[in-house]
Ligand binder design. Structure first.
Ligand code: TXA
Ligand code: MG
Length: 346
């Protein structure tokens, strides 16, 4: 397939290009577009064969459902059975990086929801995403625009590496502001369950809704035969090809360990900015931001993992992030990329 790449810098000036992209979606094609979180691989959410095309382009198992993107929060009425909690959350966080799972209406084919009776709805704040949905005159089903098993793309170059020739169009909108995927909650009877942490934090959710619970799968490994609340939880995501080990414990010991590792093998380190002067100078030391600056770390993490994967490193190291606030989102992505491998240094 011939993939057209368009670059959008100013949405009003590029309305014509977005109109064309919208037409591709309307005609059953696939368009990759930027959002405030990560790039999405979009198609018409009401057509079952489009969902199959999305799964095929990503190489994704078709039991792992897609998020349905809408232009306005109230558009959810067309696709899902909302309740008062939806509107409370929507008022506080939409448009923005929050996805809400609710019982689905028939207009959403089962192929989109991986056979489930629920649908995940998200109203992105990125102007390009919003305008694209508007022009396509439908809701857009879009998983992250990476090949299955790769980190989510936060730059158009990541998408080009993964999906060139698999989609009709790629809209290059520069780097994604947040860099980690949206927070996902499920509106269950009684509780609001946090399935995937993101920029909308647990504390922020608690300010708006009662009884918010964090699914244990956010930070723990699933038990052998456990049926996850979200199919995505059972797949090993974002994994670089070299072993990825997270380090925790005494800072001095940790830096000592990393130095000795640097001397004895080719290793890649995702390092905090302030630690870099204490490590050996190497192009395989990747700065991911200051230790306390979760926002910058979130923005850099997936690009850093892709970069690490391109090095000839035998092993990749990073610090275990703190689980508070947005740190929980970083922890959730890193612990899975590392297949829960943590080394403690005391
Ligand atoms: O920020 C984001 O959410 C990005 C951008 C493109 O919007 N999208 C994204 O989609 O991260 P994806 O497909 O990579 O991740 C969606 C996750 C999957 O783990 C899937 O299992 C879960 O949401 N999910 C979707 N629908 C669900 C449902 N009905 N019930 C439970 N989990 C669901
Ligand atoms: Mg994904």
């Amino acid at each position: 397939m011939n993939t057209e790449i368009i670059r959008i810098t100013n949405t009003s000036a590029d309305e014509e290009a977005l109109e064309r992209a919208g037409r591709i979606i309307k005609d059953g094609g696939l368009v990759v577009f930027p959002t405030e979180t990560v790039y999405g691989l979009g198609g018409d959410a009401t057509i079952s064969t489009v969902a199959q095309k999305i799964y095929a382009a990503k190489g994704r198992p078709s039991d792992n459902p897609l998020i349905v993107h809408i232009e306005h929060p109230e558009d959810a009425e067309q696709y899902a059975f909302t309740d008062e909690r939806y509107y409370k959350l929507a008022k506080a966080f939409m448009p923005g990086p929050l996805t809400i799972i609710m019982p689905k209406k028939d207009i959403i084919p089962k192929e989109v929801t991986g056979g489930l009776d629920t649908v995940a709805v998200r109203c992105p704040s990125h102007p390009v995403a919003s305008r694209l949905i508007s022009h396509s005159k439908t809701a857009i089903a879009a998983p992250s625009a990476n090949l299955s098993g790769k980190p989510s793309p936060t730059r158009a170059s990541h998408v080009i590496d993964d999906l060139m020739g698999q989609v009709d169009m790629i809209i290059d909108g520069g780097s994604c502001e947040i860099g980690l995927e949206s927070t996902i909650v499920k509106l269950d009877e009684g509780a609001v369950i946090l399935l995937r942490p993101g920029a909308i934090t647990y504390d922020a959710l608690c300010c708006v809704c009662d009884n918010v619970k964090i699914s244990h799968a956010v930070s723990e490994q699933l038990a052998a035969n456990e049926q996850p609340l979200s199919p995505g939880m059972k797949y090993k995501h974002y994994a670089p090809s070299a072993p990825f080990v997270l380090l925790e414990g005494n800072k001095e010991k940790l830096l000592e360990f990393l130095l000795s590792e640097q001397k004895s093998k080719t290793c890649c380190i995702l390092a905090y900015t302030e630690d870099i002067p204490f490590l050996m100078k190497s192009e395989y030391v990747i700065d991911i931001g200051n230790e306390q600056d979760y926002i910058t770390q979130a923005r850099n993490l997936f690009a850093a993992l892709r970069k690490a994967d391109e090095t000839p490193a035998e092993i990749i190291y990073a610090h275990v992030p703190n689980k508070s606030g947005m740190g929980l989102a970083l922890y959730n992505r890193m612990i899975r990329a590392a297949a829960h491998t943590i080394k403690t240094l005391i």
